[in-house]
Every structure is written in structure tokens, then in C-alpha cells.
Design a protein around this ligand. Sequence first.
Ligand code: PEP
Ligand code: MN
Length: 361
Amino acid sequence: MNVSTLELFNKKPLIIAGPCSAETEEQLMATSKALAASGKVDVIRAGIWKPRTRPGSFEGVGVPGLEWMKAVKEETGLPVTVEVANFRHVFEALKYKIDVLWIGARTTANPFSVQEIAEALKGTDATVFVKNPVNPDIDLWVGALERFHKSGITKLAAVHRGFGSYGKSKYRNDPHWQIPIELKRRLPELPIVCDPSHICGNRVCLPQIAQRAMDLDFAGLMIESHISPDEAWSDKNQQVTPTELESLLDALVLRTPEIQSEELSHTLASLRNEINEIDDELLHLLSSRMKVAENIGVYKRNNGITILQNERWNEIIEKANAVGSKIGLSEQFLERLLRAVHQESINHQNEVMNRSTVSKP
Ligand code: PEP
Ligand code: MN
């Protein structure tokens, strides 16, 4: 997939900011003017058509909002972006010369809608930002980008806004950083913007997520900002004032992925060698562990014992947590690591137990 180099991203990080929703012309204009005055915002965003979870809440102002966006563009000189979710939205947004169209998380999750929008954009020079789908499925995200690409849209970028999960989480949408990292590996030319607002769902964690995105070398940030967040008609808990946004952006530490001096590159190379050695050792240890598991498999097979014994699994977890807490390994990490190791051991044992000829250990 060849994506065009987007001039927008000549500035790094690209900052997109604006209210969750355009509510009134005054609210949108006041917010946008304050954001533009900070000199730190490159694109103004606002939702005109709002995908709401439950019916009956504010669902956006619709087409009149596009007129206000046009006025914002004239007043601030900044490009503007809105979300489009069907061909009618595309038609209206293009009529009002909206600079960037973004595809919302709920839309990306639906290939029919994405296809409809991609076809509506055929033959245009549109710039499209594709948010990740609500569910943590990288192929669905890539698939949506491909649909646009196949329609001849090459001015593309992705927006990481976190993924929905059932149950308790400190995030509104779990970041699952490994997914955008994998997207970057698969499509290295594609700029990825992080949207901390929809990941956090509150104001407190925005700086931490924004910093994390910068440290992972994301190309930009999309952050919701409202002239008076407490009175916002949607997503009020996560919006910040333009002044708060300015402080947040000022506090970001921007690092570079390039290694600038020989000394730095030397130090980094030797630390990386150390990591490589340790990884090698880890892999050999894991392989030895699997061999022991296979021997256990043979023993269990010969004595008619099942592979899985719950008490043993609990014992492994408890033991690891007791050690882990003393040596700086989090419970969450250990749980994930051991679960993977345990699953692989079970697979090895299963192989041994159900093999037709088995030799004794
Ligand atoms: C938004 O940006 O206001 C929005 C609705 O986002 P998402 O599609 O990520 O939920
Ligand atoms: Mn929002």
C-alpha cells in the first residue's frame, strides 16, 4: 500500500484539536480562535454528526455545523476536519471543502460503511484519517485503510483511539499499544496520530497517554478541547480548555528516533547486545522448560493422569507473584507471560500424550 507523504505531517507532532461536537457557532468559534491563538494547533476538529451509544442524547448539529466549520477556517486560517459515517456526510463535507475527513471507530468496524464511504470518495483528492475499530482487530483497521486505497485515496493517516473492553479498566478505551505498533510495522509510511481523549475518557490521564504516544514516535495527537468543558454537550469529562491544552503540549518531552552521536549509538548498541544475549538465554531456558513438560507428558500418559491440574497452575502463579513483586515484575505482566508459557507447555504435553508411539523418558 503506497500512501502519499502528507504535507500536514511536515510538522511533528501534528496537533489536531477542537471540541468533541460542534454545539453552537459561538462555542465552536470561541474554542477554535483560542486554539489558533496558542500557535500550537495545526488542524481544528469538531463532530458534526455524532455516533452516540444510546438514542436520545445529542446527536450533532448536522449540516449547519459545516457552515460554522467554513467560518472557522476563514477566521483562523487553519484546516478543519469532521467525522463522516456515510455517503451523505461525504457529499456534504466535500461541498463545504472540509480539508480532512475522519472515519470514526464505529464506522471502521463496519466494512459495508467503509466501502460506501470509500466509493463516495472515488475520484476526489480527499485526505482521510481512519480511526481504529472499536474492537481490537488490526486486520479490520488495515482492511478499512485498504478500501480507501483501492478507491484511489492515497492521502491517508491512522488514528489510534483505543479499543473497547468489557468490564473494569482504568481507560475508557484500552490503548493496547501493541496494535498501533504492529500497524506501524506493517505500514511504515502511514502516519499514526494518537487520540488520548477517547483512550482516557477523563482529563487526568491525557498527559501520560500523550507522552507515551510521543515516546512511541507517533506522528501527532488529536485532543478534544472545549471553551467550557463542563458545559459540553458530549464527552465533557475528557475535554480540556484551550489553555489547559496549551500547558499539556508545553509539558510534552519530544525525543527523536534518530541516534545523533557516535557515542550514543555505541552505548545503545552495547545495551542492545546485552538484551540480545538475555533474549537468547530466555529462549533456550524456555526450550528446556518445554522439554521437561514433555517428559511430564510422557509420565502422565503412562499413568493415566490428565494434562491440566488447576491447583498446579494456581501454585505457579502464586509463586511467580511472590518472587516477581520483589524483583520489579508486575502481576499483570507475570500473569500474561505465564499464561502463554503454560499454554505452550500444554501444547507440548498434548503432542506427547497423543502421539501414537511414545518412548519412556
Ligand atoms: C470523536 O472523535 O468524537 C469520536 C466520536 O471518536 P471515536 O470514533 O473514536 O469514538
Ligand atoms: Mn468525543
